[in-house]
Design a protein around this ligand. Sequence first.
Ligand SMILES: [Zn+2]
Length: 121
Amino acid sequence: MTEFLHKFACFDCHVAFKRQAIENTSSGSAHQSDSEIVHMCPNCGHRMVFMGRNFATPPKSDSSAWAAAKSLWEAGFRFVGSGYHSDPALPKSKSDVPIFIEQNPKHKQRVGTKQQWKNYA
Ligand SMILES: [Zn+2]
């Protein structure tokens, strides 16, 4: 059986790990928008967020990229799907995110629910 793994991230520690999102990984999908399985950060114990299959983990020191990822996640964006659609790519820099969120209310990758990292447990 091929394991179908997704990226889970901790925005406090700036780390991401590949983990299972559902028990039966053979039925996994790249379009999955959230996880059935809860994963805790091995560093700090905070619940890690489901980022989707295609999240490219920024370097730990790139705080702008991590802030962008956090804002996108909080707004409901996930790094899901094939990546091939006509909507603009998700921004990687913090300063580009607010206007991007405002201009893309129906983006193909806006598949998750709005969340707050500080309240996510
Ligand atoms: Zn952590």
